[in-house]
Design a protein around this ligand. Sequence first.
Ligand code: NAG
Ligand code: NAG
Ligand code: NAG
Ligand code: NAG
Ligand code: NAG
Length: 690
Amino acid sequence: MDRSQLLRLRERMQHLVKSVWLKDWRSSTLFTTILSLALLGSLRRVLSLTIKRGASEPGLFKKNSTFSPFTTVSGHHYPRIRLFYSPHAQAAKLPKDLPLLVFIHGLGGNATQFAPLLTSLVNVAPCLAIDLPGCGQSDFKPDDAAAYTTSAFAELVCAAIEKFRDAESNQQVILIGHSMGCSIAALLASSTSPLRERLKCEYVIGLIALNPRAGPFIAKEARAVSRLKHLPVAAFDLIRMWDRLGGVDSSSITRMVGEGADAETRKLQQSFNEQSRSPVVLRFVAGMLPGAAGSEVGLPGEKVWSGIKVPLFLVAGEADKVTSPKEVEKIAGWLTRDVEKKNGRSDDAETHADRQRYNDEEEVAPDAEPLNSTETAAPIPTTAGDLQVAQHHLSSSLHTPSDSPMDPPKIDGVPIKDKQQHTHHAFALKTTIFPTPAAHAIMYTTSTLRPLCGFLQTFLSSHIDERLSLGWQLQHLATSGKWDVKNLSKWSSIAPCSAPIGKPIPVFRAMKTMREVDEVHNPREFVKKFGAGVLADGVAMVVDISHESPVYDPKGLEEGGVEYHKFPPVSKLPPTADEVEHFIALINHLREAPKLQPRHHPQPGVIREQPGEEDVRPVVGIHCHYGFNRTGFLIICYLIERLGYRLLDALAEFAEKRAPGIKHEHFVNELFVRYADEVGRMERRGTVVG
Ligand SMILES: *[C@@H]1O[C@H](CO)[C@@H](O)[C@H](O)[C@H]1NC(C)=O
Ligand SMILES: *[C@@H]1O[C@H](CO)[C@@H](O)[C@H](O)[C@H]1NC(C)=O
Ligand SMILES: *[C@@H]1O[C@H](CO)[C@@H](O)[C@H](O)[C@H]1NC(C)=O
Ligand SMILES: *[C@@H]1O[C@H](CO)[C@@H](O)[C@H](O)[C@H]1NC(C)=O
Ligand SMILES: *[C@@H]1O[C@H](CO)[C@@H](O)[C@H](O)[C@H]1NC(C)=O
């Protein structure tokens, strides 16, 4: 089939679908809801290409996945469920009862969608993520519709938690859901959940709902879903195929990631779409109907959401067409409205008119306490970091030193809507709505990931448990002498930060790691002494290439306008060719993002890459532990591969600026092995800098 045939087929399908199935769908939200909720995949399968499952598993998941059978309270047996579990890296030295973070993905998703968030959260808490049956690497078994209802999933998640939670120390749990995963989480967290008695999960002490849905299907949607249930899988596949013609620009992708999403995010979404399977999605959708397969709840609504008596953080994307930000406002409304007025209402009483009201543009403000926005101005700390994260560039507003710290956080100049209040149960309630183009994929869209991660960590530590802040943990470890640099006297004797490296354009500064508790070389002092805000060739961003999480809190850097990125080694020494390539790509990307430094404050003396060009290229601070061996190796590779240095010149440049240079013989030998050819080639070509 070629493209024109596909387009013709699409037209025919469109016609067919309109006339037969979709008579009253198109106007309803359902068409969007199903086909997009169900981000389903198989254009490739229809074209009989094979999909390699799990081919692109993030490294984090490869290390920490386990497969287990589970039998739930209601007797459903799931033979093979994949769980990701990572204990806190410093677990042995921290309190045993540090809360467990549990991640629940949405319809058509899988646990790896949380990988970008997990990259930083595994450093502050033990984390558990589940692939629901039929999703990700979990088997699509048992073959029993009753095992795929929202409440069956809640029981399954509960069983998984029991397996990893340390009951002895009464370890508590914080749930983090996405989309349908929020409905499952609400069933576990709510004091008014029909499952409360059965599951006894009083250990839930917080709920974070990303793109949640507030209620069950309305009548019209439910009718359509029932009809969909009987649709043969092949027909469903065709509808999906039609929906996503157009590759990364197709409507099925735009719906999830939003109109303005960058190519990387689109590709990521495309791969998610292609992974999910129609039979699974159909079964999940059927299981969401109220009364489906004998379950007592479909998707929980007002009754369950309003019984949430733990701190709650609701997050939405303004351009989300799958679960609109209105859903978040609706949930917040239930929790802040005068209890009395709403007494006696239940989920089932929700009418179409109700739903309509919430869909209207004009919102009735809930009778909530007036907002107190003192907390909303918190600066955005971010510790998320890997290649993917690095591809995101925050707007200059976040990094412009002249910005008042009281300004609300922004993305590309548009403020993020952020509310802090208390529920009528007197628990913290925070709602954040990311501006367009943020949509349904906020936890892996590059533009929202970093701020989201920052908000999340702040919420965890300031409203749920203060021990979940990296700052608290570092203090605890350092003051109890449990975690610090390897050899303090050796570390202290080394110069904190080198002169700029790279001629004629400075690219790097090599540095030793900082210590949170150090009087001299801590993040706040570093920013004052070496930051781009005070030196023309100062450090605008720090790339941490050490394996462990650092012994400082990157928040101190971010607050001073210096970005933090983590690029942990994949291998033991020395870095592989692959790793070097990724490193170079990361540095190029970071330096090319034009907004990283304030354009309107050109700093005197900064050398421009091309005369007349307005952008200033940021200088990148690199550190491993001491900033010689690994740091030197990667910097020298960059000088050779990108700036056209000859090997000996690169070694000399590094040794001059960071005396006495690379100390590790093995590293130096390796450089000679790798760049022996290069030495010859460069000499033939002459040294080209730029
Ligand atoms: C997960 O990874 C950490 C370190 O990366 C390791 O200590 C831990 O044992 C792993 N857990 C499992 C269950 O594989
Ligand atoms: C889960 O989603 C990721 C993200 O696209 C995908 O690469 C991976 O293959 C999926 N896993 C499975 C087994 O479907
Ligand atoms: C916010 O809190 C401060 C102090 O807690 C209080 O004085 C002020 O009135 C509050 N503002 C609003 C709008 O509630
Ligand atoms: C720490 O480094 C110093 C040199 O600065 C060395 O003399 C000492 O033996 C080292 N200590 C340990 C425990 O390795
Ligand atoms: C670098 O490698 C050398 C040789 O193995 C080693 O002695 C040294 O401790 C390493 N690091 C530093 C900072 O010198």
